[in-house]
Design a binder for this molecule. Structure first.
Ligand code: ZN
Length: 262
């Protein structure tokens, strides 16, 4: 799931049209000076507050050529290495990044149920890297326990570059023939998909593939963006192993975003 933070324009004071006009005018003067902004889709706004808003910075290679996954996990809840390998592979398949690296660190926690506000406080405390230079940074938080705001959630994409995974919930969701490892792979790729705005988060796909009953998700149960992939109930919603790849509609949306036409 994706938790929507304030819209990117929220930083502009809504009560003052004059201020907005001035800001737009100043930005218009500055734009030609910023070499990396020649493609208009790469706006000079801060994408970090909103899920999906950093899609161009993640997908394209012109602003940030490299990507770092900074992972902070509660002791005993480290990510599965094959799940990490898979999400790195999916990032490399869908972006123009020349390299993807990983940095991991463990920390202790006395809690076992976390609201979104608490998740954000932990991220702010543990996260050491943000985008800069030639590197875009995605932060993965691995927690024990459950998501207090929605105990069905196995993972949540929130803000523009932040994902939280509930490792014990993934272990509890495993069932006959479908391992926790298979579920973790699918959930990680799913949340990455939300960071790059799938499905229809802040854009409108030319393909009719958003599930009206589960906004931000695919209607195709063979796409990793199917809603049940991140639900503890996935065993009852999916036949067998959860999908861990994007379907042709997802991939076409991402290609159009990379090209700047969507
Ligand atoms: Zn989702």
């Amino acid at each position: 799931m994706s938790a929507d933070a304030p819209a990117p324009d929220a930083k502009f004071p809504r009560h003052s049209r004059t201020v907005n006009v001035k800001i737009v005018f100043v930005l218009a003067l500055l734009l030609p000076l910023a070499g990396c902004l020649h493609d208009s889709k790469l706006g000079p706004f801060d994408c970090e507050p909103s899920t999906g808003a950093c899609r161009y910075e993640i997908l394209r290679g012109d602003s940030y050529d490299k990507l770092l996954l900074e992972i902070n996990y509660v002791e005993g809840n480290a990510p599965d290495s094959t799940a990490l390998d898979l999400v790195k592979q999916r990032i490399s398949e869908t972006t123009e990044k020349s390299s993807i690296s990983v940095k991991q660190h463990a920390f202790g926690s006395d809690d076992d149920s976390y609201t979104l506000d608490e998740v954000m406080v932990i991220e702010d405390r543990e996260r050491t890297r943000h985008k800069g230079g030639d590197t875009f940074v995605v932060h993965l938080l691995y927690l024990n326990g459950e998501y207090a705001d929605n105990p069905d959630a196995l993972g949540v994409a929130y803000r523009g570059s932040s994902i939280v995974i509930f490792k014990e919930q993934i272990e509890d969701a495993a069932f006959l023939f479908v391992s926790a490892q298979d579920i973790e792979k699918a959930v990680l790729v799913h949340e990455y998909g939300h960071l790059v705005a799938l499905v229809n988060i802040g854009y409108t796909s030319p393909h009719d593939h958003e599930d009206p009953d589960h906004p931000g998700h695919s209607t195709n149960d063979e796409s990793v963006m199917y809603w049940a992939v991140e639900s503890v109930d996935l065993g009852n919603q999916l036949a067998g192993e959860p999908p861990n790849q994007f379907d042709s509609d997802d991939l076409d949306d991402l290609q159009r975003m990379r090209e700047g036409t969507l």
